[in-house]
Design a protein around this ligand. Structure first.
Ligand code: AGP
Length: 610
């Protein structure tokens, strides 16, 4: 079985289809992939299929001048099981070469379908996708069904626990894309005389700013001048379009060597954007009053997230408790989905997800909805699955985040949590919330972040001196600094492959200190008055055992030999600053090792399988 976070692009109605598909796939590179392919048809009986293992440039190089067409589909495949190969790459096709299919997701019951309906059929690949395209062909050819009916019949046979985004082409109706999705993201881009479909709006922004959602359990027939949506019972569905006013260049690297560096640098601007969007002239939060009313009723807040988003939740929980007095728990989505704790009577759920598509988090949201509990999704992607399915959405306004390592989405999540915590606190008339001058503080944060991103040379030399050789490293801190230590360690490990751990500094001596040896890097984060002295003592303990210590310390707690000094801000917001040097240390460690910073091995940006 394959696991995919693949990228899909489809287009019909333009003779530029090859370049649109290739450029679209390049924009989806962030999703991770190990092979890529396109299929185009020129409506005059010629069609072309090209697939290549490795980077999109290999596919590009294989495209000869005669390869052109007005309708086509493209795909980047990311496999964790099975070797990436041209035969396993998409598009897949039926043995009679009539149907071509791209797929993102996992068909859980593909083996049963193969055994039940396709015995005797010869398969070229090991994929579940090929089973689907062969099955569609069988229903059309042997049962004389039309393509749409056969597609629908197959979709009905696919088990409910499967996930898919499909785009199908039929040589007999070469201007038509047959489209369906379940759990995996896919949306239609509306053009003038042409139409598109893709996993993410960024793949279509050069052609259009007008989009149309596709919902689960629908079939969409996309032609150059027509988009017809029907549900599985054949009812025609009306759908409004929506605009995404994002500049296509927002997803470009510009002169940066890697997206990650660009995204780290954008953080001061993101803070200002959040101020503009969520705080009025007087600094009062502008947040949906129904959302506030709904949280007001809650006796406990549950924050759900994965990876970096989970870490942002840990920071946010402290804000909610201090500014609103509502007890707040934070959970890893993949854990909560299958080990739900005993719940309070009136829970309110906050989903943190940059992409809005993370399958683990969605699994929790589906259960939360079944129980009738209210929910909010805080996400960077408007109309993403978790945004659509939660009762409320707050957007991060961070602009597209392309690098696999999340940076500006983390700081945007923390800042939006601060806005929400202040808004609820004021709504509940909690005194600390009223005193908390968030607008002023976020202004200080933006200036502080700028100073930190401007000190790249220093961070580059710290990374090369302390982190380039060792195989292990530790980030330590207490309280909110520990939460940042977790995120900092994740950054370092995911892009530089240094085995890094984030530890509660007081916990080291209970076992882990045994790992400290000569020159083991230990990075201490110190931003909180109450725990600064204690973390410093813990650093002394590791220094005595030979560790190389680096410190990231807030100004009023700094001592002369501290490595990186952060400007002072409200203690609730220090994570917005302390994480920035950690992001850059990870970046320069990865860069120094000559690794692909934006696309670390084994990882994909958007994890749409559980
Ligand atoms: C970290 O840098 C990652 N990109 C990863 O941990 C990410 O935060 C996680 O997969 C959750 O993604 P989401 O925010 O899109 O839900």
């Amino acid at each position: 079985m394959e696991m995919r976070m693949c990228g899909i692009v489809g287009v019909t109605g333009t003779n530029q289809s090859v370049s649109i598909l290739i450029e679209g796939l390049e924009r989806l590179e962030y999703r991770g992939y190990d092979s890529a392919g396109i299929y185009v048809n020129d409506q005059s009986g010629n069609d072309y299929l090209v697939k290549r293992v490795g980077r999109i440039v290999n596919l590009k190089n294989a495209i000869t001048p005669e390869i052109s067409g007005s309708t086509g589909i493209g795909h980047t495949r990311w496999a964790t099981h099975g070797v990436p190969s041209e035969t396993n790459a998409h598009p897949h096709f039926s043995n009679d070469e009539r149907f071509y299919l791209v797929h993102n997701g996992v068909i859980e019951n593909f083996k049963q379908l193969k055994e039940e309906y396709l015995s005797g059929v010869e398969f070229k690949s090991d994929t579940d996708t090929e089973v689907i395209v062969q099955l569609i062909d069988r229903f059309v050819v042997e049962y004389n069904m039309d393509t749409q009916a056969a597609f629908l019949k197959v979709l009905r046979l696919v088990s409910d626990d499967s996930s898919y985004a499909f785009v199908l082409m039929d040589r007999e109706t070469p201007d038509t894309l047959f489209v369906a999705k379940n759990k995996s993201p896919l949306l239609v881009g509306v053009g003038d005389g042409f139409n598109l479909v893709a996993s993410d709006a960024v793949a279509m922004l050069k052609q259009t700013h007008t989009f149309m959602e596709i919902q689960d359990q629908e079939i969409v027939v996309v032609k150059p001048a027509e988009i017809l949506i029907t549900d599985f019972d054949g009812n025609e569905m009306k759908r409004d379009t929506f605009q995404v006013e994002m500049d296509a260049s927002a997803a470009d690297k510009g002169t940066y060597p890697f997206y990650m560096l660009k995204e780290v640098d954008e953080q001061p601007a993101v803070m200002r954007k959040i101020v503009q969007n969520y705080l009025n002239e007087d600094g009062d939060p502008v947040v949906d009053s129904q959302l506030l009313e709904s949280i007001k009723e809650a006796d406990r807040i549950y924050i759900i997230g994965a990876g970096t988003s989970y870490h942002a939740g840990l920071v946010g929980a402290k804000m909610f408790e201090q500014l609103t007095n509502i007890p707040t728990e934070v959970h890893i989505s993949s854990e909560f989905a299958y080990e739900q704790p005993i719940m309070s009577k009136k829970p309110f759920f906050i989903f943190l997800t940059q992409s809005g598509e993370t399958a683990d988090s969605r699994e929790v949201l589906v259960n939360v909805k079944k129980q009738g509990w209210p929910s909010l999704t805080i996400t960077n992607v408007p109309k993403s699955t978790l945004s659509r399915e939660a009762d409320y959405t707050m957007l991060l306004h961070a602009g597209p985040e392309i690098a696999v390592a999340s940076t500006k989405a983390y700081t945007a999540q923390v800042a939006v949590e601060a806005v929400l915590a202040k808004a609820i606190g004021e709504y509940l008339k909690h005194p600390r919330a009223a005193e908390f001058d968030l607008k002023h503080q976020l202004g200080l944060v933006a200036v502080g972040m700028q100073a930190l991103v401007d000190s790249k040379e220093k961070l580059e030399s710290v990374a090369s001196r302390y982190l380039s050789k060792p195989r292990n490293a530790f980030y330590i801190g207490r309280g909110t600094d520990w939460s940042v230590a977790l995120e900092s360690a994740l950054k370092l490990k995911e892009i530089s492959y240094v085995q890094a751990e984030g530890f509660a500094s007081g916990e080291l001596k209970h076992g882990t200190i045994a790992l400290i040896e000569s020159q083991t890097p230990v990075i201490g984060i110190i931003t909180q008055d109450r725990t600064a002295g204690l973390t410093r003592s813990n650093l002394q303990e590791v220094i005595s055992r030979g560790a190389s210590v680096i410190t990231i310390v807030t100004k009023h707690l700094a001592q002369t030999d501290d490595t990186i000094v952060l400007p002072d801000v409200d203690p609730l917001l220090t994570p917005l600053l302390s994480v920035v040097p950690a992001q850059l240390l990870a970046y320069y460690t990865s860069l120094g090792k000559g690794l692909d910073v934006d696309k670390p091995r084994n990882l994909a940006k958007s994890v749409t399988v559980q």
